[in-house]
Design a protein around this ligand. Structure first.
Ligand code: CO
Length: 134
């Protein structure tokens, strides 16, 4: 069911600053960058071995992520598990009584489908499930 860790996401307040830092210190190059209006975030995905590092930054003052960062500070935001069949995975989780934020798949970056599992159901860690296009 799980194919691996797709990415680890960090919540950052300034995307340009973080990208410059990651490049200067770790030599990481920006792979893709996009603004996801419906989530009020701007995100960047950086290749890191078999996995990726994702940066999510608030896009605008009324972004929910802005309130999150104000409350909890920057840091690890979520871990994304890559799955083969998101629909089937969500059904499996519902059968197991796992609390979901998204009951059904929604569009993510790069043509992917994503859904979030509530942190209450996973030791306080926000889990994203992602199905990559084949
Ligand atoms: Co993510």
């Amino acid at each position: 069911m799980l194919e691996g860790i797709d990415h680890v996401a960090l919540a950052v307040s300034d995307l340009d600053e973080s990208l410059a830092h990651l490049n200067e210190v770790w030599g990481l190059d920006e792979a893709t960058r996009e603004r996801v209006e419906e989530q009020g975030v701007e995100e960047a995905m950086l290749a890191l071995g078999d996995c990726c590092l994702q940066l999510v930054a608030p896009a605008g003052k009324d972004s929910r992520l802005m309130r999150y960062i104000e409350r909890r500070g920057e840091g690890i935001h979520h871990i994304a598990f890559r799955v083969e069949d998101l629909e089937a995975t969500l059904k499996h989780l519902k059968d197991k009584g796992v609390e979901l934020i998204d009951d059904s798949p929604r569009p993510g970056g790069g043509g992917s489908l994503i859904a979030f599992v509530h942190p209450r159901s996973q030791n306080g860690v926000l889990i994203e499930l992602i199905q990559r296009p084949r």
